[in-house]
Design a protein around this ligand. Structure first.
Ligand code: FPP
Length: 287
């Protein structure tokens, strides 16, 4: 089963407008759908689910809608906390949630605290979240270490940035879903989704359901995640390891390439480039 699914839950407002109802009506239905999808993820054995519930840009909406969204979150947490606990869910938040009113911050922290020892689904709500913002925090953190002489700039690597990011955020989603037909990431997990499979559906979030999630998972399973490699390389790696992400993959590729001189598959591949006796490129390459 999938390790990590991330979802941009979009289309609540349009769904409500289509029914001549106020936008908040769509958010209420959207929260119900979120509840169902969370339960389905538990049943499917997904390890991590990250939901984009409030972006840093959402503050720019009409004040009444912003207030409503925040209240909805507060009520949702108060009502759902024990259900989350019963389902062994560990609740976590990414984003600058301290900027919400203190009653909401309390609900969030209570939910995090009460579910912190659970070992089932890791459920992450992205709240007042921005992908660029969290990267800026990592840059500041690493800059401090450089200024204090604890870190050399040349030791800032992709792996280091990823691990710093993971301390305050989430890992890489395998599958990133966006509903409502919009084809953007909108500042969601921009570093972590570099190699995620993206799945866009025209279905509006309030209409999203179990069948739609299964469709997305099926589409994911049909795709071959190549991380820029060849199918043969992937086949060799998957024999050794079940879960791939772009960082662990780099280490595996390095060792694979070290061993490649003794590998039959790679010898065969190399032969393709030896034309006719010498090196393919030294013969002028492709003409
Ligand atoms: C996008 O719809 C959705 C949001 C801005 C917030 C997501 C919130 C929910 C799904 C409800 C709250 C969830 C929980 C779990 C408390 P939109 O308003 O941008 O829709 P539109 O693009 O059609 O206007």
């Amino acid at each position: 089963m999938l390790n990590h699914i991330a979802i941009i839950m979009d289309g609540n407002g349009r769904w409500a407008s289509e029914r001549n109802r106020p936008r908040v009506f769509g958010h209420i239905k959207g929260a119900r759908v979120a509840k169902k999808v969370i339960t389905q993820a538990v049943q499917l054995g997904v390890k991590n689910l990250t939901l984009y519930a409030f972006s840093t840009e959402n503050w720019n909406r009409p004040p009444d809608e912003v207030r409503f969204l925040i209240q909805l979150l507060q009520r949702y947490l108060a009502r759902e906390r024990h259900h989350l606990f019963e389902q062994k869910i560990r609740f976590n938040v990414i984003g600058e949630y301290h900027q919400f009113p203190s009653v909401v911050v309390e609900e969030i922290e209570k939910t995090v605290e009460q579910t912190k020892n659970n070992t089932g689904l890791n459920l992450n709500f992205a709240l007042n979240y921005g992908g660029r913002q969290e990267l800026v925090f990592v840059m500041r953190e690493l800059s401090k270490q450089v200024l204090q002489g604890q870190l050399a700039p040349e030791n800032i690597t992709e792996a280091l940035v990823s691990s710093e990011l993971e301390k305050r955020s989430v890992g890489e989603p395998d599958l990133l879903i966006r509903t409502s037909g919009e084809l953007r990431l909108s500042n969601f997990l921009i570093w972590q989704s570099t190699y995620s499979e993206l799945y866009f559906t025209p279905v509006l979030w309030p209409d999203f359901n179990e069948a739609e999630l299964l469709k997305a998972i099926e589409a994911y399973q049909k795709r071959e995640r190549r991380f820029g490699l060849t199918s043969i390389q992937l086949e060799m790696i998957s024999k050794n390891k079940k879960n791939l992400n772009s960082t662990s993959l780099k280490n595996q590729i390095a060792s694979l390439n070290d061993e490649s001189s003794s590998s039959e598959v790679f010898q065969n591949q190399t032969e393709i480039y030896n034309y006719p006796q010498g090196n393919f490129l030294s013969q002028g390459g492709l003409k």
